[in-house]
Design a protein around this ligand. Sequence first.
Ligand SMILES: C[S@@+](CC[C@H](N)C(=O)[O-])C[C@H]1O[C@@H](n2cnc3c(N)ncnc32)[C@H](O)[C@@H]1O
Length: 251
Amino acid sequence: MEKHGPETYGELNADVYDEWHAIDPAEAVRFLAELVKEGPAGPVLELAVGTGRVTIPLAAEGIDLHGVDASEAMVARLRAKPGGERIPVTIGDMADVAPETDEQFAMVFVVFSTFFFLMTQDEQVRCFENVAKRLVPGGRFVLECPMPDVARYDRNQRVEAHDVGLGHVRLTAVRHDPVEQRFEGHHMLITNDGMRLAPAFMRYAWPSELDLMARLAGLASVGRWGGWRGEAFRGEGNYVTVYEKPATPAS
Ligand SMILES: C[S@@+](CC[C@H](N)C(=O)[O-])C[C@H]1O[C@@H](n2cnc3c(N)ncnc32)[C@H](O)[C@@H]1O
């Protein structure tokens, strides 16, 4: 697979995703479940639902969850998990939101760094516009994004060792394009038997750029926090932003 498309990440990472990214979803689930309870009625959609790390436990709270993802391989893993088979998932590009349904959602969310998997500013703007169209009045769009940390890069590249053992090393090697705001890199597992590559390409945006995309889509800002526990945002690490579709469109 030489050409990068919406399905590339999932197709090349599905078999190692849950093991390499075993991040506890409990705090995200608590935050999202509270937000759903205080918002309008209706189903909830996760963009880029993947293997269901967040959506499966959120559905277990009694919330009507739907998903969209570009990768059949990731979704097959979700469907194989207890509770995963009950989640309706559309295979498609999250920039189009959920093209095979015309459902309106009380909340749409995208977690981890996944919104940045939309590789151009145009695709990110299109995603905001499509989310806004598919939210009920008063519905929320929730994004968890990493604050870009470009100071980590020396001459726009970085190699980092995540895990080192007697028989293996797990590394990331990333190049940074500051003009297109892209990181293009690989996770690598090297063992005596060989090497396993898992690519992750993303186009990052600054918080102010997300706010502008929201404004262009007619969404109002509700708040921004430094994490799922509602911590103050200090301009670093993963942060959570909530936008809302006004009950009455701005004139
Ligand atoms: C880092 S995983 C996140 C999965 C899950 N949301 C989680 O938090 O564990 C990224 C997911 O985004 C999906 N993806 C990447 N680009 C996409 C796109 N343009 N449209 C839909 N899904 C996409 C991949 O297939 C993969 O499942």
